[in-house]
Design a protein around this ligand. Structure first.
Ligand code: NAD
Length: 345
């Protein structure tokens, strides 16, 4: 059997997929064909060529309907990472392509980063660090610290955390938040009451969650529905003292509205790991605001998560080669049409 996998990312510089395939006794040819991030549809189609499986990261390489419709030989698109925005997941009617992500490689890391951002807001950690390093903390103290920073520090116990998207990461944040004494509420229209109960989270509608939360944290995927979900009207519903945390995807929040909210005081602070676009433009007015904290899409990073993220797409290719379903299958509804074309996965 001739089976070809193409690495569009250049990730095989970091992990030896050829050895992985060889050790598994699989005759899989690996084509290393890294495509520039933000490549056009035609560049992506041409880089894939006649491969049977594709290893990519769809946040950076867009798998639109046009791209997916131009790949008659491809059986699997395996995207590295949790988020798969820009992957127009093939639907049952049209698809014979399996789409997979790596759903849980960095759940702990993102939850920990989220708590770090919450604490950075409520304990003023970043601002105090900057003041001290600038030599402004003197024996007589800094009036700015006593007058401006200390009044904004707060105790987490008893505050209300509103989680939007109570999936893997949302639940991991909820359990950590409870250890800090936060009351947890969540908005997620796609999960059962049992999930809310297990997470100890009150089930609220979006408007009520925004109104009641001291801290709002985003953990839903970026979809057509969540794109721009928090605009001026929603940010105005939040408490003026509230913090907004985003470790999900930048585009869930309207950035022009976010700037107004922070500048005009509809909310107190925002701490974002993700922006729209990425990287954030150097000219973004948000960068000049003291109440905006930003990290560089780093919430999911650790050596453990990296190693998992790199290995998993290789295993997904092996599974499809062997006639098994991918573990991170995103579109199980296509199984029937897939089997009609390929006989087995
Ligand atoms: P998940 O699929 O386990 O959970 C997502 C939850 O969001 C689900 O429960 C789903 O029902 C819910 N949801 C979907 N649409 C919603 C909507 N309109 N309103 C409210 N909730 C909605 O995913 P996860 O593993 O928890 O990851 C969540 C997101 O975190 C990912 O989609 C990804 O974009 C982001 N992420 C970011 C990083 C990072 O480095 N910053 C790393 C990993 C994941």
């Amino acid at each position: 059997m001739s089976f070809k996998a193409v690495d569009l990312l250049g990730i095989s510089m970091l992990i030896d997929y050829e050895a992985m395939f060889r050790e598994a006794g699989a005759e899989i040819e690996l084509v290393k064909n890294p495509c520039p991030l933000g490549a056009t549809e035609d560049e992506i189609i041409s880089a894939i060529g006649d491969a049977d499986a594709v290893i990519t990261q769809t946040t950076f390489q867009k798998f639109t309907k046009k791209v997916l419709g131009s790949l008659p030989k491809v059986r699997l698109v395996s995207s590295i990472g949790v988020g798969y925005d820009n992957l127009d997941v093939p639907a049952a009617t049209e698809a014979v392509i399996l789409a997979a992500n790596v759903p849980d490689a960095s759940t702990d890391e993102v939850a920990e980063h989220t708590l770090g951002l919450i604490l950075s807001c409520t304990r003023g950690i970043i601002e105090l660090n900057e003041i001290v390093k600038a030599g402004r903390w003197t024996a007589v103290g800094d009036p700015h610290i006593a007058g401006n920073v200390w009044p904004r520090l707060s105790r987490l116990r008893g505050q209300a955390l509103g989680i939007i998207g109570l999936g893997r990461i949302g639940q991991a944040v909820a359990s950590r938040a409870k250890a800090f004494g936060l009351t947890v509420m969540a908005y997620d229209p796609y999960i059962s009451t049992a999930v809310f109960e297990k997470a100890g989270a009150e089930n609220l509608g979006l408007a009520e969650l925004l109104e009641k939360s001291d801290i709002v944290s985003l953990h839903c995927p970026l979809t057509a529905e969540t794109n721009g979900m928090l605009g001026v009207a929603e940010l105005k519903k939040m408490k003026k003292t509230a913090c907004l945390i985003n470790t999900a995807r930048g585009a869930i929040v309207d950035f022009a509205a976010l700037f107004s909210a922070l500048k005009e005081g509809y909310i107190a602070m925002a701490a974002f790991d993700v922006t729209e676009p990425e990287p954030i433009e150097a000219s973004s007015p948000l960068l000049g605001l003291p109440n905006f904290i930003v990290t560089a899409h780093s919430a999911g990073i650790s050596p453990q998560a990296f190693s998992e993220l790199q290995r998993r797409p290789g295993y997904e290719v092996l599974r499809v080669y062997r006639g098994e379903w991918p573990v991170g299958l995103l579109n199980p509804e296509v199984k029937e049409s897939y089997l009609r074309k390929w006989k087995k996965p």
